[in-house]
Design a protein. Sequence first.
Length: 247
Amino acid sequence: MINLLVNILVFVMEKIYGDKPYPRFYVLETVARVPYFAYTSVLHLYETLGLWRKSDWMKVHFAESWNELHHLLIMESLGGDSNWFDRILARTSALIYYWILVVIYLFNPRAAYHFMQLVEQHAYHSYNNFLMAHTEELKAQPAPAIAINYYRDGDLYMFDEFQTGQHSGIRRPLVDNLYDVFVAIRDDEKEHVKTMVACQKPNAYETFHSPHSPEVKNLPDEELQAIETATQLAIDGMKEAKQTVLK
Ligand SMILES: [Fe+2]
Ligand SMILES: [Fe+2]
């Protein structure tokens, strides 16, 4: 089921938008944002019903959707949403994926996080391939204003909030040109993979916290290193990744 949902999304991305990168990224970012909203919705519902409270998880997932929103705004600033067909496809798919992910998250949160881990891995590779194929032309173009504000000049609290892999320190991406912006977006996708890996760990209920919470300072280095290793294995497509995640 999870693989089917991911494969449908990847199929649409590869077959319909293979040679049109900005519309393709626009559709990807529109759809890839809503699962975080689905998780937040369900967590909010649990709090409202008094079942259990995980407010800092909501904050992290909102920060993840806030990060994806800025990817989306960057794609819009590059003209990715200029065609009505792309807008309809993206918005309809987002609506469908939202409700599917609400149901999956209600019954199996780990599967919902695994879905998003796979989507984020796909996004990482898509941007990485794009960067390798268009290096020189991207370096010759300016960074959009929205990217400069999000990555450098604005309030960076929300940018830091979604990055669970604090082991490697605080990221401050360069935004001198469009190439830098796509490097930042690609690296964001890797940070999302790390967060999704951390959320799937069997002890996540105790160990997963907002990067701004005092508890995160108490996370042992081995825990952070395990997340880092599982993320790299997953991105490299290694089979051991799942075992490492579930340890
Ligand atoms: Fe993204
Ligand atoms: Fe993403």
